[in-house]
Design a binder for this molecule. Sequence first.
Ligand code: SAH
Ligand code: SF4
Ligand code: F3S
Length: 439
Amino acid sequence: MSEPKKLFIKTYGCQMNVYDSERMAEALGGQGYVETQSAEEADMILLNTCHIREKAAEKVYSELGRFKGLKAAKPDLKIGVAGCVAQAEGEEIMRRQPLVDLVVGPQSYHRLPELEAKARAGEKALDTDFPEEDKFEKLKGRPKAKRGPTAFLTVQEGCDKFCAFCVVPYTRGAEVSRPVDRILTEARDLVERGVREITLLGQNVNAYHGAGPNGDMSLAGLIWELDKIDGLERIRFTTSHPNDMTDDLIEAHANCAKLMPYLHLPVQAGSDRILKRMNRSHTADSYLRLVERIRAARPDILMSGDFIVGFPEETEADFQATLDLVEQVRYGYAYSFKYSTRPGTPAAERPQVDPVEADDRLQRLQAVITRHQREIQDSMVGREVSVLFEKPGRLAGQMVGKSEYLHAVHVQAPGLAAGQIARVRIVASRANSLAGEPV
Ligand code: SAH
Ligand code: SF4
Ligand code: F3S
């Protein structure tokens, strides 16, 4: 038998890219590839890219430049670009960096085996279509290999919201939901292979409306179906849009024991003037009222969010409104970004905020977010949580896992194994994790 070819995949961007990279590795497994962690020994290098901010997109070209030496040493090495930069820039990538052999957009991954064969034959291979067929149904099934206790499962892709700053509707296309039975089959398969927690993924995951046995099913409906799977202990979902946070989903947070008390619900800004210009179609007040309803249903829920500062025409008063909103919500985790101009999006044409001012706002916002994060993490001390253990810690006999609120928890308990869930009392709050003792 010939040596298997080696595939090196580097993944940027969101969790959907992480999921896609796994699926691409599996698809290329059928072409005789095994994964390697080293670019040096690879026969094929795939960059799974992100286009969300300018820095993310530019990183791809500097990374590609670093492969020049590898390609000179091994002329058979094939280099591919997948993901959102591939979709946004297409052929331009090969023009700008001629060592690229293959460019494939996120909706065409099921065509990867053909594209790989084309590249092997010495041709340039490009596919950035939005085909009618569902890539997930055409992608090879996952092999039956054992897995760690947590997994991502994409249930929805694309976005129809068109926030004025965002490239996702252009790189991932229109909203599409996968059918319920396919998701349940994949979830059962993951559980058989050792998975205990599944995070359902979608750019707008709570807009999910996949075909079910009796018509379309909502995300809440899907969660209740997943709830019936024995051995699946925890369900999460991300990312949600405030406008799709329906009553049945809020009710699931109150009544579905497997649905974890954690919700990523980006608001982006706290000023109605800016929200309007962002085309978010919600106000700061409607968001705050929504958070109130969610907390009434599940009082201990940990909220997380995303923010953009320095959006075109954002004034100091607008920014203060963002700080106010953050003070009211108190996020357990929040991610904040300086606005980055994306070519082709409506906001790119508008008057920009002075970058020094934007930097200053970002720092001020991050200081508040970090303070809340810290206070919320520290407030866990003395409480009992459940921890799903994922891997051994650095010390002998130590295991690390996540609480239901996604805090990392270290426990000294030699008897514990990955995949087990245990009740743990939190005894200390460290820099980036909690320490606990089994109860
Ligand atoms: N679908 C999700 C997340 C999209 S991208 C949602 O609607 O919330 C993740 C985050 O990147 C966004 O929530 C936003 O905060 C940030 N982001 C998107 N476009 C950006 C841009 N042009 N500049 C800076 N941050 C951006
Ligand atoms: Fe981008 Fe807005 Fe869609 Fe989220 S909802 S992916 S921020 S356009
Ligand atoms: Fe980036 Fe595409 Fe995800 S732009 S954030 S990889 S959907």
